[in-house]
Design a protein around this ligand. Structure first.
Ligand SMILES: Nc1ncnc2c1ncn2[C@@H]1O[C@H](COP(=O)(O)OP(=O)(O)OP(=O)(O)O)[C@@H](O)[C@H]1O
Length: 279
């Protein structure tokens, strides 16, 4: 379980709190999507989980954030990194090797994983991300989607209990974005891994997340199941969250008393809702 209790944070260089009064409980195995306008504090929330704040970016840290009982302010980054694996926004800066296999080996060796376990871990992580065929390729020769999968695989090989990803599909086309989410969600389900993803594409996020967290000006505005959050499409639009048109259309039908089902997020969902209205 991950718990934020009355958490607020101000970066050392900043004048104001950038996140404030955060109270949130994330159960084990939950797939959490965090979204919100640019600069609203999404990444900062994930930094409190993986320890980047206050360990790498110091500042004033109020309240408490814990991961499986480990206080992220008090724990060492080494201890935290055994629990929480992170894929940052700029994956090129995260990559340390030239060849895919070496990228995975680097983390495993750093974590002192027993030598006999290493080949199996590499094979398993590459297979989990559907990229067993690129094991011997140079990272430079890969597409953006393949690189993203390598970045995720190199973290999965370490078998973290919690996986934090910051805008993993920012550079990807829609098909590759879906592929990354599909593989990630399947892996998380099979291993009981808690996943926290910062993502702008709310429709995509809603297809996979158990909980959507909407951040606005450093505060959590909504933290609920996707359907419950999307029912507030007008508020979300006002907060700068890009709500799918299918959602706003069906919410408008609901506002007029014509539809009383759950919020939809896809064209197919809107078609089904419209058929129900017209029946
Ligand atoms: N290392 C830092 N030092 C000082 N201020 C920072 C630092 N990192 C982020 N901030 C500030 O904190 C606020 C929240 O930033 P954060 O990156 O958490 O938001 P975000 O919602 O993830 O933004 P984006 O969508 O643009 O990535 C912003 O005003 C940002 O300028």
């Amino acid at each position: 379980m991950i718990q934020f209790r009355d958490f607020s944070f101000r970066y050392r260089e900043g004048a104001d709190l950038v996140v404030r009064d955060i109270n949130l409980t994330i159960p084990d195995g939950c797939f959490v999507g965090i979204t919100g306008a640019a600069g609203s504090g999404k990444s900062t929330l994930t930094y409190a989980v993986n320890g980047i704040i206050p360990h790498c970016y110091p500042g004033d840290f109020y309240g408490e954030v814990s991961v499986e009982g480990l206080d992220t302010m008090e724990a060492s980054l080494t201890d935290l990194s055994q629990l929480v694996g992170s894929v940052c926004q700029d994956i090129d800066s995260q990559m340390v090797a030239t060849v895919v296999e070496d990228e995975l080996l680097y983390g495993l060796e750093n974590f002192a994983v027993p030598r006999e376990e290493i080949p199996g871990r590499v094979t398993e992580a590459l297979a989990a991300m559907g990229i067993a065929d690129v094991r011997d390729r140079t990272i430079d020769s890969l597409s953006g989607g393949q690189k993203q999968k390598v970045a995720v695989a190199s973290v999965l090989a370490l078998r973290p209990r919690v996986l934090v990803l910051d805008e993993p599909t920012a550079e990807l086309d829609p098909a590759s974005s879906v592929a990354v989410f599909d593989l990630l969600a399947r892996y998380a389900r099979e291993h009981g891994t808690t996943v926290i993803v910062v993502e702008q594409k709310i429709a995509l996020l809603s297809d996979y997340a158990d909980m959507l967290v909407i951040v606005d000006g450093g505060r959590i505005r909504f933290a609920d199941a996707p359907e419950a959050v999307l029912a507030h499409a007008d508020t979300l639009l006002a907060l700068g969250v890009n709500v799918p048109r299918a959602t706003t259309l069906v919410n408008a039908l609901a506002d007029r008393g014509l539809y009383d089902g759950p919020a939809v997020r896809t064209v197919a969902g809107a078609v089904a809702a419209a058929k129900e209205v017209l029946a």
